[in-house]
Every structure is written in C-alpha cells, then in structure tokens.
Design a binder for this molecule. Sequence first.
Ligand code: SF4
Ligand code: SF4
Length: 496
Amino acid sequence: MACHVPSYITKGFPIVRDVKPGGVFLVNCQWSFAELEHHLDAASKRYIAKNNIQLYMINAIDLAKKIGMGKRTNTILQSAFFSLAKVMPETEAIQYMKDAALHSYLKKGQDVVDMNYAAIDAGATAYVKVEVPASWADAVDNKEAVEETGRAKTVKMVKSILDPIDKMDGDSLPVSTFVDHADGTFELGASAYEKRGIAVSVPKWDAEKCIQCNNCAFVCPHATIRAFALTEEEAAAAPAQTKLADIKAGKGKGVYKFSMAVSPLDCMGCGVCISQCPVGAIEMVPMESQLEQQEVFDYMVDKVAEKKDMFVADNVKYSQFAQPYLEFSGSCAGCAETSYARIVTQLFGDHMLISNATGCSSIWGGPAATSPYTVNKEGKGPAWANSLFEDNAEHGLGMYLAQKKIRGDLKAKVEEMIQAPSCCAELKEAAQAWLDTYDDGNANQAPAKAFVKALEESISSIDSCIAFLGSDMGKQVYGDARDARWLPRSSSRRLT
Ligand code: SF4
Ligand code: SF4
C-alpha cells in the first residue's frame, strides 16, 4: 500500500489501516522522517507500530523534477511498488516496464524513452526503510480541533456530512444524517471548507514585478489566485505577511491598493496561472513555504469588500475584481471548463439559475455536500440543478417557465398593490422602480433590494392595523369599522 499525495497524510486519511499486519506502507513526500512523524496522525502511528507494518519513504516529487518529468511521479512510484511488493521477480517487472515505456513513447523520441527508463531505475532504488519508534504504539494526537465558522446551515452540513466523507469515512454515515437534505438540496459554498492541500507547488506572487493584468486570476480554473482592491483601512488591517502594491494604472489608481492573493490549501498546483503571466511575476514554489498566505487569502475573502467601481464585465482585467461564485471545485487540475464556468458566475452569479447538462460539469459542479458554487455576503448565489435523465435544454426550459410563472404572479400582485388606495407613496415608488426594471436582471437588483426594504418597513403591527381601521382613512377604504367585515371578527390571531 502506498500514499502518493502528502496531503492525504496531513489530512489524516486512514490509508495505512488497510495494510495487512506485517505489510509494506510507502509514503511519497519531500519530508524528513521527523516531518513525517509530525504530520502522521496518532491512529495511523499506533496501527503501524502494533501491526509490525514495514514503513518506507520516497521523494518521487523531487526525483521526477530532476529527471525532467515535471509533476509525473507515477512511473517512479510504479517501479517502487514492484520493487517493494515482490508480486513478481523485480528484474522481470522492471524489464516489462521498460518494454512498455519503449512501446508507448518511442514515437515521442528516444529522449522521452530514456527519461522513463531513468524514472523506472530511480523508483526501484530511491525508497528508504524507516525504523518505527516503539513509542508510536501509544501515540496520541495533540492537534487542536479547528472551529468552523460561517453560515450556520453550511457549517452544520460540513460537520455532519462533508468532514466524514472528506476523511473517506462516508460509508459510516447513517441515513438520518441526510434528513435535512431529503428534498435533494444542499447548501452552497461547502468546498471552501475542504482545504484539501493537494498541490505540491503553488504560485508565489511578486508584487513589484506584477503589471496587474489579472491574466492569472482570469485563467485559474479553481479561483485560488484572486485580485483584490483594498481601501487604506482594509490594507492597514491586513495580516503582516500581506503583499500589496499601489494600483499602477487605470481604474482605482490613487484610490486602492492591489493584491493578488493565493489560497495554498485550495490551489491544485496546475501551473496554468504562471503560463499566462506575461512578466514572470509568479513562480511555483513548494506549497508548505506558502502556508502563511492562507491567512491573507482568508482575510481578503472575509474582510475586503467587493469594489463594484473596479468591475467592468467585458474586460479581462477588471472582470477579475468581481467575486467568483464557483470556487475550489474538484475538477481535474488545470480544467478549462471550470475557468469558463467561473467567469460566467463572475458576470451573473448572484442571480443565476443553472440547468446543468450531465457530464464532467455535473460531477465537479454538484458533488453532494461539497458544492463549489457559493454565495455572497447576502447569501445569494447560483441555483444549480442537474437532471440525469432529461435533456438539459428541456430541463432548463422547465426551470425558466416555472420562474416566469412565479415572477409573473408576483408582478400581478405588485401591480394590484400599487392601485390600492391604502398603499403608501414610498412603497408605491419602490414597487414601480422594481416594475420598471423587471426585465433587466442587472438593473433590477438595486430596485429589488429597495422594494424589499420598503415592504419590510411597511409591515404594520396589529395595533396599528386596528388603529387604521378606526381612522378616517380606514373607514374610507374599508367602511365603518364597527360594521365592516374586519372588526367584529378582529382578534390578534385573526388579523395576523
Ligand atoms: S496553480 Fe492552477 S489552481 Fe493554483 S492558482 Fe495557479 S491556476 Fe489556480
Ligand atoms: S499574470 Fe502576472 S502580471 Fe498579470 S496580474 Fe498575474 S502575476 Fe501580475
């Protein structure tokens, strides 16, 4: 059994507990043994010590880079597997692997074949056996539990469903855990709690070199490198390790500070961002060296207000000052599809309905309990649905017609309300502004908020309703209250 991704160790995945007593467990990481000992959870240590597991370490990550294979560690680790597992004579296994490499890669050139040969030879010799300390048999965890914050319903879902699934323990969940989601709906924004930390390398931003084009944020499939414009106060309150620059040109110059924040624990390490930087202002560095930047990213997301005056919808640079409503999806590293979907959410996400066609986008877009679609501070975000068995255009037409009917009925009620003599002038004005922008999604947003506020302010108490019925205006509208249909039956309960 092997663990090829170091973050599976730091996340405490119970991988080793599937190894039979006396079996072999190989960990691929760039750590020293002391670092592995620090990261490994107590339950895994106890299992290793008590079951006489043979523990090995290998650093295929640096080896792959040295050989010229970049992030491709699989050949090295496959070779290590055959060398350690002894499922067949090692020399034969290595020869089969080399024959396969020749067959697969000769058309790409002898240098590619040689690289694979070097990876196969390296994998068979680069692992080291680790002496397991006897003290591991009594290991105990001393990590403090992290208290989740955020929207109460999302936090509840994360604790009860997402966390166990994340630890590969979803099978243990009883059906009753899902009662809150019996109608098939799940809270948005849960992917922000995963913090998978699976990237080996993440971008490091150079504030001085950067020309603030925002290309990197524009192409990032996972919304893990983001541009922020900060007021002086927001900049002053930012964590000490925050990197800031004056806005060099265009909108916001002389008004805001600029920062390109990276979320190391959400980044997938795909390197798409650095491939689009025109001036080499970002470089890929080991993830652990950038962990202090997580606090900066979290600060930017939580505390830095979105600057609407920096947003221009049809401009690459300025589109990236808008909040993405699709973040940290579990799509493959570097997925192009999620880059496009993310941009669409930056344009329409706070009032967007998505009828998703079944395919990759239904897997990264709607994995139950880890929704990568998210909401703004007002709780608004894309409403997403996918129907496996219907054509998504037909399904989307149904969503559209349902919305049209619901909105149409609401519109008719508002028009009726405006005609009512008892409707006050302020409420009429707000309602009319909402009606005037009814067919323009963007223009309708501010009037909709103002209308809701006016409606809330117009809610009358029971006492004021009774007082109104007794007033001249009330008599004019409803007749004499003593004879009217209201008062003889009036009681707090009925009027409510
Ligand atoms: S490496 Fe990939 S996931 Fe990470 S910030 Fe760059 S584009 Fe985004
Ligand atoms: S692509 Fe490079 S220059 Fe442009 S904003 Fe990103 S880091 Fe700065």
